[in-house]
Write a protein that binds this ligand. Structure first.
Ligand SMILES: Cc1ncc(COP(=O)(O)O)c(C=O)c1O
Length: 439
């Protein structure tokens, strides 16, 4: 159920409470929002199906009724309290202009950095804000200064295109060999671990590994800590692409057991578009070059690794409201709900004629995102035709994904405002598209 389907008095009281709470003057940090019922407790399955709770959460989002949006991997729709805070901050910055920016923005941005660091379980000195995961990861990959000519760097087919390009660029920049391998399909946790072990073994000159926590192609969640430990045992550093994971998956950065990570805040944390951050473990800062455009910060300050220029102040100032709401809904509850929504459609569609589900059912190997393809339909044209049919004939929005070694596929990504009726629409559409007789 979406905003326009809750009763108007429910909606008013939820939004009033949350809007009041989300109006964060950074001098007076965000209060706990009081419009939501208490976070459900108990087993993940019970949390995920607490209807009163999720109806209230869905009521926080205003989304178009024109289509069932199951393409929420691009970026996250802001919840209404966050959107209002963004408008308030936009108005404030526009009104105050440099009178605000020159006097107070520095301290306010520092408060944002501290809040994000606390939420992800890092020290503030270990993170620097960026305009998104792309900027964060380009600075980490490009700035990693321990490579020597003749070394190798390694990545896989499931890694994000522009991060693959950044790894490829290391050939000219650092004189390294670039090695690419394919993650097995169908994937299982063990098959993935074995594939990484084989790739590391087969490429003994490897010194740097790119690893994506949650694949934007198939939704596969990688066993990051295990792979990074395997790599470390061979003297290999790992840069993790966590663009899609924080907020979709419940974890603290220490659990990844890696030294370099790039994050987004505008996907699953629900901040306005244009913000993310990088993490460099405290004792590893010297291994990432300072940004060539920075002489403002000390070499020992992680902020010297990012020099963005003038940013959208309001975007950054809205991050605390987004993080507060993320914490209030509850990271574990979000993960349980998103997995439940994924399981809801996958369990119904799995037996459909010719359908191949590319993301394994193993607990810990998936979050919200799962991709499928029809057997033998691996081309752009095949998959685009299905995406268009789902959108135009069934009013279900999905997206075609490229770059998987075994062929193109279609990604389905529910969000916190998705409900079972939305997924029933998808399942019915898939029955038609696959020619499966149901009922
Ligand atoms: C795995 C992955 N890495 C990196 C990015 C880049 O994120 P952004 O474009 O928000 O900077 C994305 C975006 O979808 C992604 O899915």
């Amino acid at each position: 159920m979406h905003l326009n389907e809750t009763t108007s008095s429910d909606r008013r009281s939820i939004l009033k409470g949350l809007a009041a709470a989300a109006v964060t003057s950074l001098a007076a940090p965000a209060m706990a929002a009081d419009g939501l019922p208490a976070q459900p407790t108990g087993a993940a399955a019970a949390i995920a199906t607490d209807n009163a709770y999720w109806t209230a959460v869905r009521g926080l989002y205003a989304v178009t009724p024109d289509v069932v949006n199951l393409e929420n991997g691009f970026w996250g729709i802001m919840a209404e309290p966050v959107r209002r805070e963004f408008i308030r901050q936009t108005d404030m910055v526009n009104y105050q202009n440099t009178y605000y920016a020159r006097q107070r923005a520095g301290a306010d941005f520092e408060a944002v950095r501290i809040k994000v660091a606390q939420a992800i379980g890092a020290a503030p000195e270990e993170i620097a804000l960026t305009r998104g995961a792309t900027e964060a990861l380009q600075l980490l990959i490009g700035g990693y200064n321990k490579l020597k000519p003749g070394d190798s760097v390694l990545y896989a087919d499931l890694d994000y295109d522009s991060m693959q390009y950044a790894m490829n660029a290391l050939k000219a920049r650092r004189g390294v060999d670039v090695v690419r391998f394919d993650v097995p399909e169908p994937a299982t946790r063990q098959a993935v671990l074995d594939a990484y072990a084989r790739a590391l073994e087969a490429n003994p000159k490897t010194r740097l590994l790119l690893l994506t926590h949650v694949s934007h192609r198939t939704g596969l969640v990688m066993p990051v800590a295990e792979i990074a430990r395997m790599a470390r045992a061979k003297g290999i550093d790992t840069i993790v692409d966590a663009a899609h994971s924080w907020g979709q998956i419940d974890f603290r950065v220490g659990e990844l057991d890696v030294d370099f990570v790039g994050f987004n805040l505008h996907k699953w944390i629900g901040a306005p578009l244009g913000v993310g951050f990088l993490y460099i473990r405290k004792d590893r800062l010297a291994d990432i070059d300072r940004d060539m455009g920075d002489e403002d910060f000390a070499e020992t300050d992680i902020r010297s690794r990012v020099h963005t220029g003038t940013v959208n102040f309001a975007t950054v100032l809205t991050v605390p409201a987004a993080v507060t709401l993320h914490q209030q809904i509850g990271a574990a509850a979000k993960q349980a709900r998103l997995r439940y929504l994924r399981d809801y459609w996958v369990s119904r569609a799995r037996g459909f004629k010719d359908i191949e589900i590319l993301t394994p059912d193993e607990v810990g190997s998936y979050g919200a995102i799962t991709s499928f393809r029809l057997a033998g339909k691996t081309s752009k044209a095949d998959n685009e035709a299905i995406v268009v049919k789902l959108r135009d004939s069934h009013k279900v929005m999905t997206v075609r994904r490229t770059g998987v070694a075994k062929g193109q596929c279609i990604r389905v990504t529910p969000a916190l405002f998705t409900d079972e009726a939305d997924l029933d629409r998808l399942v019915e559409a898939l029955a038609v598209v696959t020619g499966t007789k149901t009922g």
